[in-house]
Design a protein around this ligand. Structure first.
Ligand code: SF4
Ligand code: SF4
Length: 388
C-alpha cells in the first residue's frame, strides 16, 4: 500500500459515515452535552475542512483552544522581532506565517518592506547556513512552537556551539501545552468537559503529559491523529469514556487514539536534547491567556551567549501590549467565543488583512472558519455554551 492509499483510508467517506452513525447513537446516553476542546490548531483545521461539526449530534460541540504557536504570540514579542530586524547588520529569520502577524509596530513583512532584513524559512537548519554566509552580520532565529519544534531549536544551538559560531542567536518563544490547558481550565469560564490532545506535540513528549489533566479536572483526554477518521474515532472514544465515567463513577481515562505515532513516554532522545539546552522560564505572556508561570522555555546559562534577549537586551521593550479592542482572539483562545461571534470577522478582519493572530495562521480558528465555512452555514449557529 502506498502513502496516498494509506491516507485515503483515513479520509474514507464510508468509514466517516459509519463513525458518525455510531457517535450519534451512543451520544444519546451522554449524561450532559459534551464540550470538546481541541488544543491543537491542526485539529481545528481538520474539523473545519472536513465539516466534522455537521456530522455530530447537537449535544457534542467543538471548542477551539490555544494550540497554534502563531496565534498565541503576544504583540510585544512580535515588536521585539521587528526591533531586532531593524538593527544595523542584522538578519532576522523565522518560520512561515509568523511574518504576517501584526504587533503594535505592524508585521515582520511590513518591517521587511521598510528595509529590515527578515527572512522566512521552512527548515530551521537554514538559519545556520545564513549565519555562515553572512559572517559580518548577526543572524537571529525568532524561534516559535510548542514541544514539537523545540528539539530542532535545541539541535541548532548545539551545532552552533560545536562549530563555535559567533554571529548566531535565538530569540526563544517555545511554549508548553500543559500549562496552557491548565490556564484555560483554572479560569473556569469555558465549561470544557473533554479534550482532544495534540498529536505532533505528543510524539515528542509522550501522552503522559496529559494524565494530570484527566486526574486534576476529572475529564477524559484522547490524543488524536490529524486525519478526519482519527478525529471522529477520538470523539467516539470521548463519548464512550464520558458515559463509562458517569455510569461507573470512576476517574476519566487518558487514551491514545493516535497509537501509530504516539506512545506514553514519547521520544526520549528529543526530550533529552530539550533538557540539555532549555530550562523553564518563570513566566511567559500568552496572547489572550495572559501571564502563565512556567509555560515557556529559555536557553540555559551554558548557552547564554546565544540568547538574543540577553545580548540585545537594551534594544528590547518588554512592556505588555494589548490586542485591538475589537479583536476577540483572547476569548477564542480561551474557548469563550467562536470566530463568527467577533464583530469584525470576515469584515475588517480577513486572511489577507488580519487584525488578530487567529486569522493569520492556517491553524488559527478564525482562518479555518473563514476558509471552510459558508457564513450562513447552520454549523455556525452552534455557539459555545458556558453552562455544563
Ligand atoms: S501540531 Fe503542534 S504546533 Fe501544530 S498546531 Fe498542533 S500543537 Fe500547534
Ligand atoms: S476575527 Fe480577527 S479580530 Fe476577530 S477574533 Fe478573529 S482574528 Fe481577532
Amino acid at each position: 500500500m502506498d502513502l496516498k492509499e494509506l491516507y485515503q483510508t483515513f479520509r474514507d467517506p464510508l468509514i466517516m459515515k459509519a463513525l458518525a452513525k455510531k457517535i450519534n447513537t451512543k451520544a444519546k446516553q451522554l449524561p450532559y452535552p459534551l464540550k470538546v476542546m481541541e488544543v491543537c490548531g491542526g485539529h481545528t483545521h481538520t474539523i473545519m475542512k472536513y465539516g466534522l461539526m455537521q456530522l455530530l449530534p447537537d449535544n457534542i460541540e467543538f471548542i477551539h483552544g490555544p494550540g497554534c504557536p502563531v496565534c498565541i504570540m503576544p504583540k510585544e514579542r512580535i515588536d521585539q522581532a521587528i526591533d531586532l530586524a531593524m538593527l544595523p547588520n542584522t538578519i532576522l529569520v523565522t518560520l512561515g506565517d509568523m511574518i504576517r502577524v501584526p504587533g503594535s509596530k505592524g508585521t515582520l513583512a511590513q518591517c521587511r518592506a521598510r528595509g529590515g532584513d527578515v527572512r522566512p524559512i521552512y527548515d530551521p537548519m537554514d538559519t545556520l547556513l545564513i549565519a555562515k554566509e553572512n559572517p559580518t552580520k548577526s543572524v537571529i532565529y525568532f524561534a516559535i512552537g510548542f514541544e514539537t519544534t523545540t528539539p530542532m531549536t535545541a539541535v541548532l544551538v548545539q551545532i552552533a556551539d560545536q562549530q563555535k559560531l559567533c554571529n548566531f542567536y535565538v530569540h526563544c518563544n517555545h511554549v508548553l501545552v500543559p500549562p496552557a490547558i491548565n490556564a484555560v481550565m483554572s479560569d473556569g469560564r469555558a465549561k470544557i468537559n473533554a479534550f482532544i490532545g495534540p498529536s505532533h506535540v505528543s510524539v515528542i513528549t509522550g501522552a503522559k503529559i496529559y494524565q494530570h489533566i484527566a486526574d486534576k479536572y476529572k475529564l477524559p483526554v484522547v490524543v488524536a491523529g490529524f486525519e478526519p477518521v482519527d478525529v471522529m474515532q477520538s470523539i467516539l472514544m470521548l463519548v464512550e469514556l464520558s458515559i463509562a465515567t458517569d455510569q461507573h463513577d470512576v476517574t476519566p481515562e487518558m487514551l491514545i487514539q493516535y497509537s501509530r505515532a504516539v506512545t506514553l513516554e514519547g521520544n526520549l532522545i528529543a526530550q533529552s536534547k530539550i533538557n540539555e539546552v532549555f530550562e523553564l522560564r518563570d513566566v511567559f505572556r500568552w496572547r489572550g491567556l495572559g501571564d502563565i508561570a512556567n509555560s515557556a522555555l529559555k536557553l540555559r546559562e551554558k548557552y547564554a551567549r546565544f540568547d538574543a534577549e540577553l545580548i540585545f537586551k537594551t534594544h528590547l521593550s518588554t512592556k505588555p501590549i494589548d490586542d485591538h479592542k475589537a479583536c476577540q482572539c483572547g476569548d477564542i483562545l480561551r474557548g469563550l467565543a467562536k470566530p463568527n461571534q467577533c464583530k469584525v470577522f470576515a469584515k475588517n478582519c480577513t486572511p489577507t488583512q488580519p487584525m488578530g493572530s487567529c486569522m493569520v495562521s492556517s491553524e488559527g480558528a478564525c482562518n479555518a472558519y473563514f476558509r471552510y465555512l459558508g457564513l450562513n452555514n447552520n454549523a455556525l449557529n452552534k455557539q459555545p455554551n458556558t453552562q455544563k
